[in-house]
Design a protein around this ligand. Sequence first.
Ligand code: GAL
Length: 362
Amino acid sequence: MKGLKWTMFLMLLVAAALTGCSSDAGSSGDGDGNDQTVGIAMPTKSSERWVKDGENMKADFEELGYDVDLQYAEDVVENQISQIENMVTKGVDILVIASIDGEALTDVLTQAENQEIPVIAYDRLIMNSDHVSYYATFDNFQVGVLQGEYIEEQLELDSTDETFNIELFAGSPDDNNAYFFWDGAMSILQPYIDDGTLEIQSGQDSFEQGATLRWDGSKAQERMDNLLSAHYSSEDVDVVLSPFDGISRGVISSLKGVGYGSDDKPMPIVTGQDAELASVKSIIAEEQTQTVFKDTRELSLKAVDMADSVLNEEEPETNDTETYDNGEKVVPSYLLEPVSVDLENYEEVLVETEYYTEEELQ
Ligand code: GAL
């Protein structure tokens, strides 16, 4: 009898311990988790910004207790599709996607929809699907406006009697953002092209002619080589509109190759975007002139906050419900503010905010 009581006591003790354990697991998973997994599909590691975006989001989601499956597709559309398919099959709770080709994900998003996995578009809008819940991005039109205004101010286009030679680069035609950047920049520059203050010696004045597939800097370099040899043997180029730092660096390599950047042949104004480390260094070296800073820390927090709200059945904060029509629906969006950066303000915008340390920029 005494033995039986003792056995029952031990059994109760074990049961209590097990219950304690499992309730612990229920509320906090592996100690600090919440048992939910986020699938993050990023385009490529070849551009530094996406590496930062991925790292920031992973850390921010983990901070809230989520597990994270973070994948990069090296700019190969099929890779990204199969990565997302795998995430759907594994049953992630939500997907956050920065697409490579915004028009290529319709089918895989239908699979996500069938599994009731919500989707947040990150930085780039996913087109042709009604299964995009929300969109976290920057004011993409404004990015182009900042590039155009920078050129306008530096050359004092609104008051000058001079004319300047400009060449125009655009982003990847499969990325919806590229059209916003172009339209924003042209909203400032087009009047000066029309009245002859800005001259395009190549005559290549359309988005299609300036487009750079997959934002590839080496393709931009090749195009700039061709432009310089065909149209600038007796003229100098004064400005290059570039929508992205990777493209800017390709353009600058080409320019340096034919002697720009010397006393008698100064570098043209070259714009950019993303404040990538190599480009900020290039600005300090007075090669690239400007970039547009989009704080990936803020974008990450915004996307994480959206996903967390969706998973908790709350409505995420949005500030634009009109602009981003993906062909199937207008996707409710949160737009963050981009900031123009050059030699004058990089310390204040990038170093004082600890985006980069002084050492990194040496
Ligand atoms: C765009 C993005 C830009 C730039 C570009 C190339 O979609 O908004 O900030 O990163 O892709 O990666």
